[in-house]
Ligand binder design. Structure first.
Ligand SMILES: Nc1ncnc2c1ncn2[C@@H]1O[C@H](COP(=O)(O)OP(=O)(O)OP(=O)(O)O)[C@@H](O)[C@H]1O
Length: 235
C-alpha cells in the first residue's frame, strides 16, 4: 500500500532520514517505534506531504505522492499536537472539519463513546489536555478512509478513553483498514500491533512481528526488547 524508497531528510545540518526504505502492506496495524527524535513524525509528515524529502520517492497505492494531494482524501491523520483554534467551540470545530471534507461522518457515535456531549459548546482553549485529545480522536475517526495515521494517540487519555481508543483501532483493522501508529506505550504495541517498524539512525533498524523482535533481542519483555534496540544507539 505504501512504499518509501531511499528517503533522505535533513533539517539544516541534522540528518533525520538517511536513505530509508519501507514497505507497508494493506491491512493491519503497524507500530512505528524509535527513540525520541529518531524521525517517526518526520516520516509520517513525509507521507502526508507536510515535510518534503530532500531525496527519494514515496508511493501510495502505486502512485508517487510527492507534490500531489488527491491521495490525502483516502487517509485520516491524528497529529501528535493538535493546535486547535482556542476560541472555537468543540461543535463548531467538528462542523468546520465536516464542511471542509465532504465525506460521510459518524461523529455522533464517537462523541457518545468518548463522553464529549457536555463539552460540545465549550471553547477548545478551555479544555483539559485529555479532553482535547478526545476531540482529536473524534476528528480522526469520524471519516471512513483506508489508511489511518495516529501520531501518539494515547497522550493524556484516562484508562476508559484508552480502552475505547484501542477498541476503535481494532475495529478499523477488522474492517480491513491499514493503521500506522507511533507510540512509546509498549502495552499498546503489545496489544494491537501486527508488525513493528523500528527507526534508528535514519533507517529502518528492525521490521517484523513482536515475537520476532523478542527472539532477535533474546528478551521476552517487549519494553526491554525495545530498550535493547535503543541502547545499540548509545553503544
Ligand atoms: N521542522 C523542523 N525543523 C528542524 N528540525 C526538525 C523539524 N522537525 C523535526 N526536526 C528534528 O528532527 C528530529 C526528528 O524529529 P521527529 O519529530 O520526527 O522525531 P520523533 O521520532 O517523532 O520523536 P518523538 O518520539 O520525541 O516524538 C528531531 O531532532 C527534531 O528536532
Amino acid at each position: 500500500m505504501i512504499q518509501f524508497n531511499n528517503i533522505h531528510k535533513r533539517f539544516g545540518k541534522l540528518t533525520v532520514l538517511d536513505g530509508l526504505d519501507l514497505d507497508i502492506k494493506k491491512g493491519g496495524i503497524f507500530a512505528v517505534l524509535g527513540p525520541n527524535g529518531s524521525g517517526k513524525t518526520t516520516l509520517i509528515k513525509c507521507l502526508l506531504g507536510m515535510v518534503i524529502p530532500n531525496k527519494g520517492d514515496i508511493r501510495f497505492e502505486g502512485k508517487s505522492v510527492l507534490k500531489k494531494w488527491e491521495y490525502r482524501d483516502n487517509l485520516n491523520y491524528l497529529p501528535q499536537i493538535a493546535n486547535f483554534p482556542p476560541n472555537l467551540s468543540v461543535i463548531e470545530l467538528i462542523n468546520m472539519v465536516k464542511n471542509l471534507r465532504p465525506k460521510n461522518s459518524n461523529e455522533e457515535e464517537l462523541i457518545q463513546l468518548f463522553g464529549l456531549k457536555s463539552f460540545l459548546n465549550k471553547k477548545l482553549g478551555n479544555l483539559s489536555g485529555g479532553t482535547k485529545q478526545k476531540v482529536n480522536i473524534v476528528l480522526t475517526f469520524m471519516f471512513d478512509s483506508d489508511l489511518i495515521i495516529l501520531d501518539e494517540p494515547t497522550t493524556g487519555l484516562d484508562p476508559i478513553a484508552l480502552i475505547h481508543l484501542k477498541e476503535l483501532i481494532q475495529k478499523e483493522k477488522d474492517n480491513g483498514k491499514t493503521i500506522l501508529i507511533t507510540t512509546h506505550i509498549m502495552s499498546v504495541v503489545e496489544e494491537l500491533a501486527d508488525e513493528i517498524v523500528f527507526l534508528l539512525d535514519g533507517k529502518i533498524y528492525f521490521k517484523g512481528s513482536i515475537d520476532a523482535l523478542k527472539k532477535q533481542t533474546d528478551n521476552e519483555n517487549l519494553e526491554h526488547a525495545i530498550a535493547n534496540l535503543i541502547s545499540k544507539q548509545y553503544a
